[in-house]
Unconditional design. Structure first.
Length: 253
């Protein structure tokens, strides 16, 4: 997840004034290495600051402690990683989000408990899978969703009873078939349908008695043919019809 530059609204500034006392006036400016309105480190414009440091990344470290939060955030992007890590406790969340895009491995754990959800989402999207357990119980569902998307399948059972529907949907989509029975009694029919559609045929038989007709219909398409005869009398006509169609197709073969 990359850093999103924020276009800061500022009053119009005379380019000549910006350059009058700029330390780069006789070096970079003189050699067309910067240009107010396009690539400038002094103006409060994220795009111009980024263009400046993209051209001159060797200067980025000088701005890691700049008073302007956006200049610090962009400086983190272009500074060496060993310097970017120094800003993990920056007062501004945008700066810390930028730091999260630069760190790797265990260093990302420095931001695992950050108060900003976007920082933690970035951490969850970049942590090595072996370290994702640290975010299993994050208070924000979006962070846990990232974990559910990236956690090794064999460890997903730990999230089968997550309180959030979106997270459980992802778990149901990725759990190994042999473990899906753990979610067979989920309170949401949507989850049970996903579970049923991925179950091993023999295990899907247990879903033929589900209280929700759409789950039973999904089970009818999944179970062995030998289990279908009782479903011809299902109270839901669509379920009974599906069972009849499967049985008829088999008899024709």
């Amino acid at each position: 997840m990359g850093l999103t530059l924020v276009v800061t609204q500022t009053e119009k500034v005379d380019p000549a004034r910006l350059c009058e006392d700029c330390k780069y006036r006789d070096s970079l400016l003189a050699k067309a290495g910067c240009q107010p309105g396009d690539a400038c480190i002094r103006i409060e414009s994220g795009r111009q600051i980024d263009r400046f440091l993209q051209r001159h990344p060797e200067l980025a470290e000088q701005y890691l402690d700049d008073p302007f939060w956006e200049r610090r955030a962009i400086a983190v992007r272009w500074s060496p990683a060993h310097r970017a890590i120094e800003k993990v406790a920056d007062a501004d969340e945008t700066v810390r989000r930028s730091v999260a895009t630069r760190l790797k491995g265990e260093d990302l754990l420095l931001l695992a408990a950050d108060p900003d959800r976007e920082v933690r989402i970035t951490v969850a999207s970049r942590l090595p899978p072996t370290l994702l357990n640290r975010l299993l119980h994050d208070v924000d569902y979006a962070v846990r969703l990232q974990v559910a998307r990236r956690l090794p399948p064999g460890q997903l059972m730990k999230m089968a009873r997550d309180e959030d529907l979106t997270v459980r949907k992802e778990v149901a989509r990725r759990l190994p078939p042999f473990a899906l029975r753990l979610m067979a009694e989920d309170e949401e029919p949507e989850i049970r349908r996903t579970v049923t559609s991925r179950m091993l045929p023999e295990e899907a038989c247990s879903m033929l008695k589900d209280s929700d007709w759409s789950v039973r219909a999904t089970a009818v398409l999944q179970v062995p043919l030998a289990a279908l005869k009782p479903m011809l009398d299902d109270p839901e006509p669509d379920v009974a019809q599906l069972a009849r169609e499967r049985l008829n197709a088999e008899s024709k073969d």
